[in-house]
Structure formats: structure tokens, C-alpha cells
Ligand binder design. Structure first.
Ligand code: NAP
Length: 252
């Protein structure tokens, strides 16, 4: 992996302030990319990522935008292009959960998850593609999930949003391939971030034991390595794919 350079690339990572997005921002910057670290509610965490990148000699800037809002997503993409002069890699990573059995799920929780996880992917990609089409090159990576492949009880909203991202990935990959833009999805399994905090330890241990052949949670860095590969020039012939990074949970 160490020879997969992202030198001279400009990357935008939505939800780059924490968890998987943070690990991707750090990994991309370590490989030479200038990185826009998008955040919504965690300015300190985003600034900490930027500080870390700059201290290591890299280029980064933080930008607040709720990516479920198309105007804010447009402004975010504009910021990346104006700040670093380009946008070569978009990672649609921002995501939330609002788990509940369907009988009890408030409509607002359905809407929040679909808008934050799926509509945001449309919002940011629409603006980024305009620029990438002109440049005749680009990489879009969508952070899906095993939940979008297998379904997960108590997560109809989340599973639908992630399955939606997978369909979106395949459709957009066909639309923009002629312009040398690749669109792929990552499908992580259980990765050790704050998003899992609501799951009781005993339940988590049981899931890992019974459902994950590699019998452990993933690390955010392990998702970041896969993202770095898909973002690299070496992955130029891969598009419309869903790469599972899940310890063997969903063998499609
Ligand atoms: P996390 O630690 O909770 O981080 C979520 C990130 O998304 C934060 O940086 C947060 O920013 C950002 N975000 C949330 N709503 C946003 C919005 N409206 N606009 C902009 N940013 C927003 O979660 P994670 O585990 O790293 O998850 C990252 C992605 O991986 C998600 O799409 C998730 O569905 C997916 N995933 C995670 C797992 C897992 O087990 N961890 C498994 C499969 C897929 P602020 O804090 O600044 O609001």
C-alpha cells in the first residue's frame, strides 16, 4: 500500500471530524493529498484533525456543512475547489443511525437517516461531478455498510439508506465512466467508532462471535486503507463495485 500515492490530489471527506472519516482524512493526507475535513456538529474534533495533518507537513482545512442540505453541500464543494484549486476525490462518509423497530420508528428518524446518509451522497456528488466532468478525471467513494447488503433488524432506515448508496454507486458509475471518473462503495462491517456506542457490550460480543469470521471489530484505519486504494491511480480500472471491509461478515 505504501506506494499508492495521492500526491497532488485534493480530497473532500464528509464527516471527516470523527471515526472512519477522520482515519480517511489522516490516511489521505499522509499519502500526499490536500484534504478538506467536513464536519457538522464537532468543530473541535475537525480542527484537531486539521492540526494533526498540518503538524505532519500536510495540507488540510476544516469546513462546517450539514451535507443533508443541498445548498450547504454545494458550498462545501465550492470551498474545496476554491481553497485547494481542484477536487479529485470525494468521500461520501457522513452518516448517522437512529435505530428502532419499524412499529416504533418516528417518521422524523426515517427522514433524518435517509437525508443524512443517502441524500447527502446525491447532494455532494452532484456538485463534485460537475467539476470532475470538466477535468475528465475523478474518484467518488461512498461509505455504505453490510447493513445495506444483508439488512439489519431495528435498522430499516439505516439499511435502506446504505442499500440506496449502493444502487446510487452503480448508476453513477455508469453515467460518468466515459469521463474517467470512478465511483465505488465501501461496505464496512462493525468498526470501532462512536456510532456503535448505543449497542450493549454483551450484544456486541455476541454479534462478533456469531457473525464475523475474523471474530473482531474493524479499526477505522482498516477502512481508510481500502479507501486510499480506491482513491489511487492504481484503482483506475475499478468502478461500480462494493468492497466489503467486514471481517468476512457478508460474503457476496
Ligand atoms: P461516527 O464516528 O459517528 O462519525 C460520523 C461522522 O459523520 C462525524 O464526523 C459527523 O460529524 C459526521 N456527520 C454526521 N451527520 C452529518 C451531517 N449532517 N453533515 C456532515 N457531517 C455529518 O461514525 P463512523 O462509524 O465513523 O461512520 C462513518 C460512516 O461509516 C457512516 O456513513 C456510517 O454509516 C459508516 N459505517 C460505519 C460502520 C461502523 O461500524 N462504525 C459500519 C458500516 C458503515 P460531526 O460530529 O461534526 O457532526
Amino acid at each position: 500500500m505504501s506506494n499508492l500515492s495521492l500526491e497532488n490530489k485534493v480530497a473532500l471527506v464528509t464527516g471527516g471530524s470523527r471515526g472512519i472519516g477522520r482515519a480517511i482524512a489522516l490516511e489521505f493526507a499522509a499519502r500526499g493529498a490536500a484534504v478538506v475535513v467536513n464536519y457538522n456538529k464537532s468543530p473541535e474534533a475537525a480542527e484537531e484533525v486539521v492540526k494533526k495533518i498540518k503538524e505532519a507537513g500536510g495540507k488540510a482545512a476544516a469546513y462546517q456543512a450539514d451535507v443533508s442540505d443541498i445548498k450547504q453541500a454545494e458550498a462545501l464543494v465550492k470551498f474545496a475547489i476554491e481553497t485547494f484549486g481542484d477536487l479529485s476525490i470525494l468521500v461520501n462518509n457522513a452518516g448517522i443511525t437512529r435505530d428502532q423497530l419499524i412499529m416504533m420508528m418516528p417518521e422524523a428518524d426515517w427522514d433524518a437517516v435517509i437525508n443524512t446518509n443517502l441524500k447527502s451522497t446525491f447532494n455532494c456528488s452532484k456538485s463534485a461531478v460537475k467539476h470532475m466532468m470538466r477535468k475528465r478525471t475523478g474518484r467518488i467513494i461512498n461509505m455504505a455498510s453490510v447493513a445495506g447488503q444483508m439488512g439489519n433488524g431495528g435498522q430499516t432506515n439505516y439499511s435502506a439508506s446504505k442499500a440506496g448508496q449502493i444502487g446510487f454507486t452503480k448508476a453513477l458509475a455508469r453515467e460518468v465512466a466515459a469521463r474517467n471518473i470512478t465511483v465505488n462503495a465501501l461496505a464496512p462491517g462493525f468498526v470501532d467508532t462512536e456510532i456503535l456506542e448505543g449497542i450493549p457490550t454483551e450484544t456486541m460480543d455476541n454479534i462478533i462471535k456469531t457473525m464475523v469470521p475474523l471474530a473482531r471489530k474493524g479499526k477505522p484505519e482498516e477502512i481508510a486503507y481500502a479507501a486510499a486504494f480506491l482513491a489511487s491511480d492504481e484503482a483506475a480500472y475499478i468502478t461500480g463495485q462494493v468492497l466489503g471491509v467486514d471481517g468476512g461478515m457478508a460474503m457476496m
